[in-house]
Design a protein around this ligand. Structure first.
Ligand code: ZNH
Length: 178
């Protein structure tokens, strides 16, 4: 599970974000679509132009899911299991978008779940594929967004806690694929 210090840091930030989680998640979605355009293919039925009300509505849903996660840091897989099923079976989002360790090389949570590091593949680093891209596209854009709006809070330590938190969220979301 997420270490106690990371949990505390994430909860403290979330208290600060207050009712604005949706605003930042929406900005993160807009950034994701611009920086990683392949993600747009899943949302072809939505208006993805900047300022779109549909992106805003989706941003609020994702924000609510993240807030649910913050409220259940001790039991993310259970809290997010319905959402994981939805992504795996109904939405059929390619798990490459989540990039858990199952997908080969790249980055993964340590067995204890407290660290997020590059996986050692067969005694040597795996440089194949698109591992240079941040493993969680939306999560990466959320980090950028929060760093921009909360520069004073965004210490390296908070950054690290958020990376781990998002890794746990993504791991829980990907659990229905295994
Ligand atoms: Zn997702 C949807 C969350 C990622 C794709 N999502 C969704 C929702 C939510 C979410 C909450 C809503 C549901 C209902 O309605 O019920 N996601 C989420 C999260 C994350 C995600 C939290 C991370 C962090 N997704 C993702 C990705 C992708 C996706 C990466 C791809 C790329 N989703 C999706 C889709 C959908 C969703 C497609 C549907 C939309 C509509 O509306 O149609």
């Amino acid at each position: 599970a997420l270490a106690a210090a990371d949990q505390a840091a994430v909860r403290a930030l979330w208290r600060k974000l207050n009712n604005n989680v949706g605003v930042y998640t929406t900005e993160a979605l807009e950034r994701t679509f611009l920086a990683f355009p392949s993600t747009k293919t899943y949302f072809a039925h939505l208006d993805l132009s900047p300022g779109s009300a549909q992106v805003k509505a989706h941003g609020q849903k994702v924000a609510d899911a993240l807030t649910l996660a913050v409220d259940h840091l001790d039991d993310l897989p259970r809290a997010l299991s319905a959402l994981s099923d939805l992504h795996a079976h109904k939405l059929q989002v390619n798990p490459a978008n989540f990039k858990v360790s199952k997908c080969g090389g790249g980055w993964a949570l340590s067995p204890g779940g407290e660290e997020f590091t590059r996986k050692d593949v067969g005694g040597q680093m795996d440089h194949g594929g698109d591992d240079s891209i941040p493993p969680q596209l939306l999560g990466h854009c959320l980090l950028v967004t929060l760093a921009r709006h909360y520069p004073g809070d965004f210490s390296p330590a908070l950054h690290a806690s958020l990376v781990k938190f998002l890794s746990h969220v993504v791991l829980a979301l990907a659990s229905s694929y295994r």
